[in-house]
Ligand binder design. Structure first.
Ligand code: RB5
Length: 148
């Protein structure tokens, strides 16, 4: 799987940790920054990542900021992006199995490394269950058009 990953200045430590976890699981990981402690604006990085995801069909994304909130709000503005903010492994599993989430959002100031590790394992091993969930995800996708 091709993964894109990006963070603001409040998420760079987790970004490095998560990158290594995904590479060790055999995924291709493309780092879109930021890579320094200089303050940046999370919508810029959410936007950069979502644009890559839309260009690279079938790829997935990881966005990290202090809480994960700003990244998820910004990412969900993009058509075709289903970004899920997960603070525990159950949410990560459901985000994949029921919602077919294609972006995982994490909060460096919320979760410790142990929880991040569990979240990644759940996210990575869960698969979209299709069936009744397919219609619901299609309805999420259709909301974008009906709102504009
Ligand atoms: C940066 O201070 C912080 O606001 C940002 O990382 C994020 O938590 C926003 O949702």
């Amino acid at each position: 799987m091709k993964y894109f990953i990006a963070a603001d200045h409040a998420g760079i430590k987790i970004k490095e940790y998560v990158k290594e976890l995904f590479v060790n699981k055999g995924h291709e990981v493309i780092d879109l920054g930021t890579n320094t402690n200089d303050r940046v604006d999370y919508p810029d990085f959410a936007s950069k990542l979502c644009r890559e995801l839309i260009k690279n069909e079938g790829s997935k994304g990881i966005l990290i900021c202090g809480t994960g909130l700003g990244m998820s709000m910004a990412a969900n503005k993009f058509e075709g992006i289903r970004a899920a903010l997960c603070h525990n492994e159950y949410s990560a599993q459901m985000a994949r199995e029921h919602n077919d989430a294609n972006v995982l959002c994490l909060g460096e100031r919320v979760c410790g490394l142990g929880m991040i590790n569990s979240i990644i394992n759940s996210w990575e091993s869960a698969k979209f269950q299709e069936g009744r969930h397919t219609k619901r995800v299609s309805k999420i996708n259709a909301l974008y058009m009906s709102c504009s």
